[in-house]
Design a protein around this ligand. Structure first.
Ligand code: GLU
Length: 127
């Protein structure tokens, strides 16, 4: 079962995000990711297949007060870094638990030319 965490604080949330995801590891997952709005305003996304600990080193230098994190249990698309959540563009980062049953219909209706993942979740990014 996937895990989702969102944090908004007066101090850096990087460590808390990693700790929260680690706490939810018992639920089971196959890939992991974090999106952080850095103090510079830049939306930074880190994703990978495997464990939360795989993100640890890359996250230590990042600083931000708003972030979201996800441990994914893949239902649509391989459990790899591309399909891991957050699924993001320059301004929006989406994480989602469960299945969007009608994602194929929505994909067709949206008419997006270039999809970045194999997930059902990505349709949420293009509304
Ligand atoms: N259906 C989504 C996916 O495969 C979310 C899976 C989950 O709940 O972790 O990316």
């Amino acid at each position: 079962m996937c895990g989702i965490i969102g944090l908004f604080d007066n101090e850096n949330v990087t460590e808390k995000l990693l700790k929260s995801l680690t706490t939810m590891e018992y639920r089971g997952y196959d890939s992991v990711g974090i999106a952080l709005i850095e103090d510079t305003g830049h939306l930074h996304v880190k994703k990978g297949s495997g464990r939360v600990s795989g993100l640890q080193q890359e996250m230590t230098l990042l600083r931000g007060k708003i972030g979201i994190g996800h441990t994914r249990w893949a239902t649509h698309g391989k459990p790899n870094a591309t399909n891991a959540h957050p699924i993001a563009n320059d301004n929006i980062a989406v994480i989602h638990n469960g299945i969007i049953e009608n994602h194929d219909n929505i994909r067709n209706e949206l008419g997006v030319i270039q999809w970045q993942t194999e997930t059902d979740t990505e349709v949420l990014l293009h509304f």
